[in-house]
Write a protein that binds this ligand. Structure first.
Ligand code: RIB
Length: 314
């Protein structure tokens, strides 16, 4: 029997309408700050990862749930323009798409509040519809802006077909099916999410990072990547920790930097690259994204990532 070529990347996750405002500093409780620029773009961790995957040259199918309004229609057209397969996208007529309010300070740091809207209508049954694609799938990528049972089903189904699973546990909140960590090949978290999963404060030093990685490993994931912003990435694989430096850039907006990282990492791995090489590629892509505004508008194209990497070798 000839086995099928596995070159597809499936993203199961959220799609949001993002409302972004630049502010002089992130407000404290009870404080009002004057904005200095506003825009509406498209985001959502799942959709951002699918867009990053597609622009980087990956063949990608997005499983997500949108509302039935005009903005949702525009979001869908955007996915199609990026070459994303949308056959498994649902649109619920009587609801609104997920919505995120994002504030960004002059250093590119953000704070985000996201209302799930239609994202919470993505059920495990919707995930079951992708089963026929799984023999051709290299990587399944999932986050945590959709119901926990849907995340659990995606990991379970992908694992049953031998598909490599990447779980970006973002944003951090309680997950009721802890056994699913053992169906995760690569767990990706930032410092806040690492602190949550490891049961400690968000790690700051290298020593705390290593401790968080080992604590999270006990949950069952095979490989764990902790993204640390300007401090790069730390990875625990095959019992050893490695640190990969970030590419220094002038950041204007870190929104979706983690999503670009996850999507481009998935592409690189689906092309057979070793993990450390894939991490360097993903770090370059996310470095480019933080020099640009917005979530999906910031995702770089393949040639931009390659040019960036080549310029760093000179
Ligand atoms: O990761 C960035 C994303 O988080 C934004 O696009 C926003 O929609 C929230 O989901």
């Amino acid at each position: 029997m000839v086995s099928e070529k596995r070159d597809l990347i499936i993203v199961v996750g959220s799609a949001n309408v993002d409302y972004i405002m630049r502010v002089p500093h992130l407000p404290q409780q009870g404080e009002t700050v004057a904005g200095s620029g506003f825009s509406q773009t498209f985001g959502g961790k799942g959709a951002n990862q699918a867009v990053a995957t597609a622009r980087c040259g990956g063949r990608v199918a997005l499983v997500c749930s949108l509302g039935g309004d005009t903005l949702s229609n525009r979001m869908r057209s955007g996915f199609e323009q990026d070459g994303i397969q949308t056959d498994f996208l649902i649109q619920a007529p009587n609801t609104y798409s997920g919505t995120a309010l994002i504030l960004i300070d002059p250093n590119g740091n953000n704070c985000i509040a996201a209302d799930p809207g239609a994202n919470y209508l993505l059920t495990p049954q919707q995930v079951d519809r992708i089963e026929s694609l799984l023999p051709r799938t290299a990587v399944l990528l999932v986050q945590y802006e959709i119901p926990p049972e849907t995340v659990a089903r995606a990991l379970e189904l992908a694992t049953s077909y031998g598909v490599r699973t990447i779980w970006n546990f973002a944003p951090a909140h309680p997950f009721p099916y802890m056994e699913k960590f053992s169906q995760t090949d690569i767990l990706i978290v930032n410092e806040t999410e690492a602190g949550f999963l490891a049961g400690m404060n968000p790690p700051e030093s290298d020593m705390e990072t290593v401790e968080a990685l080992y604590r999270m490993h006990e949950l069952g994931a095979e490989t764990i990547i902790l993204t640390r912003g300007v401090n790069g990435s730390s990875v625990l694989m095959e019992g050893k920790v490695a640190h990969i430096e970030a590419f220094p850039v002038k950041a204007v907006d870190s929104t979706a930097a983690g999503d670009v990282y996850c999507g481009t990492l998935a592409v690189s791995l689906s092309e057979g690259k070793p993990l450390l090489e894939a991490i360097r590629f993903a770090s370059a892509a996310s470095a480019i994204s933080v020099t640009r505004w917005g979530a999906q508008p910031s995702a770089p194209y393949r040639h931009e990532i390659e040019d960036f990497l080549a310029s760093r070798l000179r």
